[in-house]
Design a protein around this ligand. Structure first.
Ligand code: AMP
Ligand code: GLY
Length: 427
């Protein structure tokens, strides 16, 4: 079978890596891919959001299945277009992808189907939003409606910060049209976890839990990023809690899909806050998380191609996911300056040394390859991912890999997984 993976990050490298182990896969393509992906797949120079060219490529090359990594092509309707052309694709159609593409749609969906979430109100003008903020007080959370590359949420601890955030989104339009509407919502307290699930429209199968680290610096300081590291499982999500998450969040969302005739086929990712009143959904993503996918797929024993086939054909009920019991940890190495301005094209050294470490894999994100040497080409550059028989050992091993690698101004957090150890020790 010929498979096309769409995207160019660490998540897509993990998808390609896992698919390369599937017995039924004879040829892998990735558009546009990156320096690390190039050793496992043919990289195709088409951007992830160029739906017309991707469709033409898949038709011309007889692609059997396409797997979509990022949210932008999904919200733009890539799956609708592929299906119209008789192509099989893993990722929801446009009306399902709205769950990520519009926070207003998502929150209203949650309210309609009684899914526990923070209380909220939608605003289309600045003065009403400011009036509401005055009434509610702080802390309070301001969110742009549309896609903002993970930067559209402001958790505000002062009224001044909240007012500024509203103006940045609605008047200065820092996210363009994505800020035509905003959500002002109750600030929840607790520990976060990412719960990803496969969904074929009829069945939802939850994956092992995970947790990412959104802030750039240790102790969750500094600005938000795409994710500076992740681990799986997340010890905060124990057996009782996962049952509650299944019943109150995933089963209800599936009921909503059926009621609204949304034929959702792909991954549904719930960002959860574990509060003292139980789990609440912060947001939904309509794809695999990055970097959560790296440790999750390292632990997944089931053939990913079997899952993709089951999801796209509506037979997910026949699949039982099998997992390695051992925890896995991914530490992201980023370019100095990220998530702000950063330089590129620095040579990356030491990757060969990591190849000697067992149960460790370095997933590439922002890299390219020239004359057999790797160079930095993006904000998040590498995701060093390791698995071991306890979380502490997995963390130590991942950092052993990190220490082998060098490029100019490299930045990584030193405390990935520390929260998991704290939770494990507390229990
Ligand atoms: P989202 O894109 O909605 O997941 O928001 C990004 C991050 O903002 C989340 O991972 C949380 O850390 C934080 N966040 C979002 N909504 C809330 C909320 N209602 N209360 C507290 N923190 C929040
Ligand atoms: N790691 C967060 C995300 O993928 O959205």
């Amino acid at each position: 079978m010929k498979i096309l993976v769409i995207g160019s990050g660490g998540r897509e490298h993990a998808l390609v890596w896992k698919l390369s182990k599937s017995s039924g896969v004879s040829k892998l393509f990735c558009a546009p891919g990156n320096g690390g992906i190039a050793s496992l797949a043919d990289c195709v120079n088409i951007k992830a959001d160029n739906i017309a060219q991707l469709t033409a490529f898949a038709l011309k090359n007889g692609i059997d299945y396409t797997v979509v990594g990022p949210e932008v092509p999904l919200t733009a309707g890539i799956s609708d277009e592929f299906e119209k052309n008789g192509l099989k694709i893993f990722g929801p159609v446009k009306n399902g992808a709205r769950l990520e593409g519009s926070k207003v749609f998502s929150k209203e969906f949650m309210r309609k189907y009684n899914i526990p979430t923070a209380d909220f109100k939608v605003f289309t003008d600045v003065s009403s939003a400011l009036g509401y903020i005055n009434k509610k007080g702080v802390p309070i959370v301001i969110k742009a409606d549309g896609l903002a590359a993970g930067k559209g949420v402001f958790v505000c601890n002062s009224a001044d910060e909240a007012r500024k955030s509203v103006r940045l989104i609605m008047e200065q339009k820092i996210f363009g049209d994505a800020g035509d509407k905003i959500i002002v919502e109750e600030c929840l307290e607790g520990e976060e976890a990412s719960i990803l699930a496969f969904c074929d429209g009829e069945t939802i199968t939850i994956m092992e839990s995970s947790q990412d680290h959104k802030r750039i610096d240790d102790e969750d300081k500094g600005p938000n990023t795409g994710g500076m590291g992740a681990y799986s499982p997340a010890p905060v999500v124990n057996g009782k809690l996962i049952g509650q998450i299944r019943e109150e969040i995933f089963d209800r969302i599936l009921a909503g899909f059926k009621k609204e005739a949304i034929d959702y086929k792909g991954v549904l990712y719930a960002g959860i806050m574990v509060t003292d009143k139980g789990p609440k959904a912060l947001e939904f993503n309509v794809r695999f998380g990055d970097p959560e996918t790296q440790p999750i797929l390292m632990r997944l024993k089931t053939d990913l191609m079997d899952i993709i086939k089951a999801v796209t054909s509506g037979n997910l009920k026949d699949i039982k996911l099998e997992w390695n019991e051992n925890p896995a940890v991914c530490v992201v190495i980023a370019s100095g300056g990220y998530p702000g301005k950063y330089s590129k094209d620095y040579e990356i050294r030491g990757l060969d040394k990591t190849a000697e470490l067992e149960n460790l894999f370095v997933f590439h994100a922002g890299t390219n390859i020239k004359n057999e040497k790797f160079y930095t080409s993006g904000g998040r550059v590498l995701g060093v991912t390791a698995m071991a028989n306890d979380i502490k050992k997995a963390i130590d091993k991942a950092y052993m890999g990190v220490r082998c690698i060098y490029f100019r101004d490299a930045h990584f957090r030193k405390d990935i997984g520390a929260r998991a150890i704290k939770t494990v020790n507390r229990e």
